[in-house]
Design a protein around this ligand. Structure first.
Ligand code: GRF
Length: 215
């Protein structure tokens, strides 16, 4: 399977995925990393791992759709089967989502459907929830609301700030995302409406459901 990864920034999830790939836990070919930000740290990480890193400048395009068509073209160059959003901070147009629906994944640092959109960790702290976490889900046209593959739950502590909660959640992001990708490449994920089922996974566990196997 060929994978393309879209990023906009720091690239810590990208790094976790590249590391899992290097260690042979994820077996697919990660063909290309594309950023809409020229100075995204993730581009450097991709280079360090010897993966093709491409910057595409949104201001070279008249609108979102034209930009996304260029993205599609780049991904098609590498016959990408799965597109992974890893901190990609741009809304995708319907053209893009329709093209890759069912093979387009995202990670969001909350237990969706809570705290969708921007700054979910800040929203969780301000709301006063006792638990938050992260979610790997399929991308649909509704923002941060597609079918859920795996979630990890972490406690929110009385003196947490956006920053401390972010760090606690991030550790799990780096485990559940590579795991979900591995399940996908192994053909274990099936979708029935909104519901995702991972074949032979162990359900009913904490802090992740289903249970992590490899990460
Ligand atoms: C992560 O918290 C991810 O869940 C969200 O954006 C952040 C990206 O971080 N979608 P990084 O670029 O992977 O370090």
């Amino acid at each position: 399977m060929n994978i393309g990864i879209l990023i906009s920034g720091r690239g810590s999830n990208l790094e976790a995925i590249l590391k899992a790939n290097k260690e042979g836990k994820i077996k697919s070919n990660i063909k290309v990393v594309i950023s809409n930000k020229e100075h995204a740290r993730g581009l450097k990480i991709a280079n360090d791992y010897g993966v093709k890193a491409v910057y595409i400048n949104p201001s070279d395009f008249s609108d979102r759709e034209e930009f996304d068509k260029r993205l599609i073209q780049e991904l098609e160059k590498y016959s990408v089967d799965l597109v992974v959003l890893a901190g990609y901070m741009r809304i995708l147009s319907d053209v893009f989502i329709e093209k890759f629906e069912g093979r387009l994944l995202n990670i969001h640092p909350s237990l969706i459907p809570a705290f969708q959109g921007l700054k979910p960790q800040k929203k969780a702290v301000e709301y006063g929830v006792m638990y938050s976490g992260c979610t790997v889900h399929f991308v649909t046209k509704e923002l941060d609301n597609g079918p859920i593959i795996i979630q990890a739950v972490v406690p929110v502590l009385p003196d947490d700030t956006e920053d401390t909660l972010e760090k606690r959640i991030l550790k799990y992001e780096h485990r559940i995302y590579p795991q979900a990708i591995k399940w996908f490449e192994d053909g274990r994920i099936s979708l029935n409406g909104r519901k995702v089922y991972v074949k032979d996974a162990v359900y009913g566990t904490l802090p992740t459901n289903p249970k992590l196997e490899d990460f």
